[in-house]
Design a protein around this ligand. Structure first.
Ligand SMILES: Cc1cc2nc3c(=O)[nH]c(=O)nc-3n(C[C@H](O)[C@H](O)[C@H](O)COP(=O)(O)OP(=O)(O)OC[C@H]3O[C@@H](n4cnc5c(N)ncnc54)[C@H](O)[C@@H]3O)c2cc1C
Length: 726
């Protein structure tokens, strides 16, 4: 049965390939014409380009003092920022307000793929569905454009589809070749088939059992929060008044002089940081609030029906060694119909995802069940000798997918496949749904609708090919100049080039001297990540207002490793406090808020619960004796607990130096009753959790083991921060 289905699929696929090729050529021609039109239109763009960004305070004054904007965009996610950029580059007087930080919503919590949607193409072929086919085609065009306009923030990523049944090979191969073909000249790189041996060579951690081969295809990958910010900053440089931490609290209306009907003419905004309220007047208001689309629609018409059906997706981050450096893995159709993937990202591995109905919230929390579900799925794909431990989860987050029903459609129950653009009776333009990859074309369509509905004087969209912040002066070798001209570490220089593009020089110029022979400048925030202190000061220029903005979206530390982010926080708050003149109370508040964020939204809570939940020690008597012996090497006086002084004393004997603060943190991780000392039972609980794989990178466990070995050998030992295997 399955075989017959596959043959049918392959045949349909073959026929469809030929048909699609014809359509593809027409589409290509149309896009080529559009690009020429853009190049022509670029000359007519009289929007000024500002090299120095106005401060947030200046932006707020512009919002308050401008008599009337053409367009006010509500929501600073990918969609809203895309709308602001599209509007301002059509020479429209543009404003954008975001109630939290740019990209603080779904747009920083995605899978980070810039993709056409292999699965959707499969559905389009199987169901001979032209509309779905065109959606994929459009997304593939947008994929190519996004990689062009922000080359520093995005790159093609090879993704392996493991194949476990012989008959699947031609079936998958036809589907993936079709994907290449639909992309046409915008195909990133050609897909290819791999034998079992070759697949295992490239992806050695893959389970060998039943594997018959693999297919590798290419999609794009990006740093989503930075990409979002780049779009918003580009809009600001072209003159849009953009402000984060500015919330729309209600919509302003006035009667239309001709019809007498109430029409929206702006919004009452609240500066979330000061509580001050002010009005922003605009001819057209665009609702780009993602999962919150209904709350704005209800500000317009209280009785309007909901269109958003939110669905939560959880991702986990595990160490980079779970995937090869530059190869992702995706199974588009697991036995229960779900997608499972693990993708390398920022030297770590992202795995996911779940898809469960949820309530709309600005602070979604990854649940322990979701984390464990993803871990168990991941285990199915990895070789049994690769032990996937709960303690390997370095961070986890949940994002809310704003699935929408079309208010224009008769069938109000069925979820729209793509996005919707809707203009209400009072003129509110709503854009909802869609995906990250297509933010630009969604923005173009939204502005086309806004221009038409509000009779705005504007030309066509000019955003195809329009370079984003940092993209224009970026070259693949830019980092070498950063090393040579500024004396930055190679890894730091590569990170700065890949984050700020051509603007990396500005960050490098602000970097402090280390006082070491090498690197000359660039003090790291934490030793194992290439984020440096000057990025914190630079983040403020990029409108970062809180420590959370810095750990979550200007840098991605919170998404990569909650513990490392937690450690970097005091220094981040200190630097921000100096720049923004924060009082001691404000600094304390910032630190607490950011710690709460890591605990609730980035999976730190779920992680520490692993330790606190362990109510029983499951060790054999032999193991207990072994660990007790280790414990008493530190607790010389047999007090029944150890303090930083005990650990320090042992380390001194071994000539190991560890900073006092770091030592406190190391003990604090294990000190469950928070009494400033680690009791024997706490230590045994820790070792029990380590044995079970629930905790994998406890520094105290690693340090005590290393010290014990050092004491036995009386030689110097090195203490690694992670690696587990105690
Ligand atoms: C788990 C998951 C994985 C995904 N992976 C991918 C992927 O790999 N590739 C892809 O192409 N797409 C992906 N997507 C889809 C993509 O992330 C979303 O479609 C996109 O980010 C939505 O952007 P948005 O701007 O519409 O919403 P958001 O990013 O949520 O932005 C809406 C903004 O509006 C603001 N706001 C709300 N109310 C107000 C108000 N009253 N005043 C001012 N501001 C307000 C919010 O604070 C928020 O920042 C994924 C989605 C999820 C959930």
């Amino acid at each position: 049965m399955a075989f017959r289905r596959a043959v049918k699929g392959t045949l349909i696929g073959g026929g469809a390939i030929a048909a699609a090729y014809g359509v593809s050529q027409v589409f290509e021609y149309r896009k080529h014409q559009a690009r020429l039109a853009y190049v022509e239109a670029e000359g007519q763009m009289n929007a000024p380009f500002m090299d120095a960004l106005p401060s947030r305070r200046e932006q707020l004054s512009t919002l308050r003092d401008t008599e009337e904007f053409d367009v006010l965009v509500v929501g600073g996610g990918a969609t809203g920022s895309g709308c602001a950029l599209d509007a301002v580059t059509r020479n429209l007087k543009t404003a954008l307000v975001e109630r939290s930080d740019f990209s603080s919503g779904t747009s920083s919590r995605s899978t980070k793929l810039i993709h056409g949607g292999v699965r959707y193409l499969q559905k389009a072929i199987m169901n001979l569905d032209y509309e779905q086919y065109m959606m994929v085609k459009e997304a593939l065009h947008e994929r190519s454009n996004l990689l062009d306009i922000a080359p520093h923030l995005s790159a093609p990523l090879p993704i392996m589809l493991p194949v476990y049944k012989w008959w699947q090979l031609p079936y998958y191969w036809a589907g993936i070749k079709m994907y290449d073909l639909v992309a046409g000249s915008q195909c990133l790189k050609s897909s290819y088939v791999l034998s079992k041996t070759k697949a295992l060579e490239l992806f050695p951690m893959l389970k060998k059992d039943k594997l018959v081969g693999a297919i590798v295809y290419y999609d794009g990958q990006h740093n989503d929060a930075r990409m979002n910010l780049a779009i918003a900053l580009t809009a600001a440089r072209y003159g849009a008044a953009v402000a984060n931490y500015t919330e729309v609290v209600h919509l302003l209306k006035k009667p239309d002089p001709q019809t007498g009907q109430e029409k929206i003419c702006g919004a009452r905004c609240r500066d979330v940081l000061t509580g001050q309220e002010f009005d922003v007047r605009a001819k057209c208001v665009i609702n780009a609030t993602g999962p919150f689309t209904d709350s704005l629609r209800k500000m317009d018409q209280q009785k309007t029906a909901n269109i958003c059906q939110p669905s939560a997706g959880v991702h986990i981050v595990i160490p980079g060694y779970y995937s090869p450096d530059n190869m992702g893995l995706l199974d588009p159709a697991t036995s229960d119909g779900r997608v499972i993937f693990f993708l390398p990202w920022e030297k770590m591995t992202i795995a996911g995802t779940t898809d469960t109905p949820t309530n709309v919230t600005a602070h979604p929390i990854p649940m322990e069940e979701d984390i464990n579900f993803i871990l168990s799925e991941v285990r199915n794909y990895l070789s049994p000798d690769v032990e996937v431990r709960r303690g390997d989860v370095l961070a986890a987050w949940s994002g809310i997918r704003p699935l929408v029903t079309d208010p224009n459609s008769k069938d109000t129950q069925s979820i729209c496949r793509n996005h919707i653009v809707n203009v209400s009776d009072s003129g509110l333009v709503t854009i909802a749904g869609g995906k990250w990859t297509t933010y630009r074309s969604m923005a173009e369509e939204t502005l086309d609708a806004a221009v038409k509905a509000h009779n705005l004087k504007a030309g066509p969209s000019r955003t195809v090919g329009l370079m984003l912040e940092g993209g224009k002066d970026w070259t693949p070798t830019l980092y070498i100049r950063l090393v040579q001209d500024y004396g930055l570490e190679n890894e730091v220089a590569q990170h700065l080039a890949a984050t700020y593009g051509g603007r990396a020089f500005e960050v490098a110029k602000m970097a402090q001297v280390t006082g070491k022979r090498w690197p000359i400048v660039g003090k790291r925030l934490v030793s194992e990540f290439p984020y440096i202190e000057s990025e914190v000061a630079y983040a403020i220029k990029e409108y970062a207002c809180t420590a959370i903005d810095v750990i979550a979206r200007r840098t991605r530390l919170g998404f990569l490793n909650v513990q490392a982010a937690d450690e970097a926080l005091p220094r981040i708050v200190e630097i921000m406090g100096k720049q923004l003149d924060w009082s001691e109370d404000k600094k304390k508040e910032e630190l607490e808020e950011a710690k709460r964020f890591l605990h609730q939204e980035m999976g730190y809570r779920a992680r520490s619960e692993q330790l606190t939940k362990m109510s029983e020690i499951s060790l054999t008597q032999q193991e207990i004796n072994r660990y007790k012996k280790r414990f008493y090497k530190f607790d010389k006086e047999s007090k029944g607990f150890i303090t930083t002084v005990d650990v320090q004393r042992v380390l001194e004997r071994l000539s190991i130096q560890i900073d006092e603060n770091a030592l406190h943190e190391i003990l604090n991780e294990v000190d469950l009753n928070k009494n400033g000392q680690v009791e024997l039972d706490e230590f045994l609980l820790l070792m029990s959790a380590v044995q079970k794989g629930q905790v994998s990178d406890s520094r105290l466990a690693i340090l005590m083991k290393a010290a014990e070995e050092g004491l036995d050998q009386r030689g110097p030992v090195s203490v690694d921060r992670s690696g587990g295997g105690v």
